[in-house]
Design a binder for this molecule. Sequence first.
Ligand SMILES: C[S@@+](CC[C@H](N)C(=O)[O-])C[C@H]1O[C@@H](n2cnc3c(N)ncnc32)[C@H](O)[C@@H]1O
Length: 308
Amino acid sequence: MAEPRHQPVLVQPVVELLRPAKSGVVVDATVGLGGHAEAILQAFPEVRVLGLDVDPQALAYAAQRLAPFHPRVELVHASYASLGQLLQERGIEPSGVLFDLGVSSLQLDLPERGFSFRLEGPLDMRFSQEGPTLAEILSATSEAELTSWLSTYGEERKARPIARAILRALHQGQLRTTSDLRRAVWSVTGPRRGRVDPATRTFQALRIVTNRELSALSPALEAAARSLRPAGRLLVLAYHSLEDRIAKNTLRRLSGHCVCPPGTFPCTCHPQQLLVVLTKKPLLPEAEEVRQNPRARSAKLRAAEKKP
Ligand SMILES: C[S@@+](CC[C@H](N)C(=O)[O-])C[C@H]1O[C@@H](n2cnc3c(N)ncnc32)[C@H](O)[C@@H]1O
């Protein structure tokens, strides 16, 4: 099995923020191809890593990459949605938990996974390779629902005409591949002119919908925060504003601040005194890292520490 490359993002800041966790168990809630896990295992010879991922293909590569660290690694095919239960069952109080959200290079670079508009592939987009594919979801949706997905999860201003173009292509039997999907978007926006392809927002929105990505995040961060040992650290790497907003608000709420919309009275968000936020502003990659790894372009790293 040839090893796909995945350059972990902001790896040095991640390792530094986990330095106080230098013994015990660090949970990598999205182990992917094991890039961050490898750096953590190398930096802290006493740490054990429990790595989770929903993608069996990613786990197979991670197992290969992390084999030299056996028996300090355990990989589990599970969603971070089950993190709290999983740690409780194993009696683990981690010293650190890392969430590196979004899509890995493996998923983007294999056309058959259907995540990329640069490579022609089926309309799949499932991290877990289980459940309905994007093609199945699109064939069961309405124009109003698709418009709302593109607008909410893609922050796409031309959501309605793009939704209409996608469904028109679908009903004409011309929406079979990722290239067809990009063509449908381009029929509204025109082709790529600047740095960012106009199909990016549509692909992001449909990936979020296919994997129900956002709904599990805040409860998983809260479960991670509860499970941490005192002074344990929680790190979140986000790649778009929606997931970063969830990370920011969840860490704020778990450090005792109300995050209800302005004017809400009484407070309904139930702030908790569990964490101290370590990053008032998120850490961003240096220009050199972005040059070497364009995937790092939109990364934001936030961290918090468990109160004693
Ligand atoms: C950006 S990649 C992680 C890359 C990893 N940090 C590395 O250095 O190789 C994100 C990973 O999260 C996984 N993922 C997505 N949703 C998940 C979930 N609910 N639970 C666990 N893993 C998930 C994806 O399958 C993907 O492999």
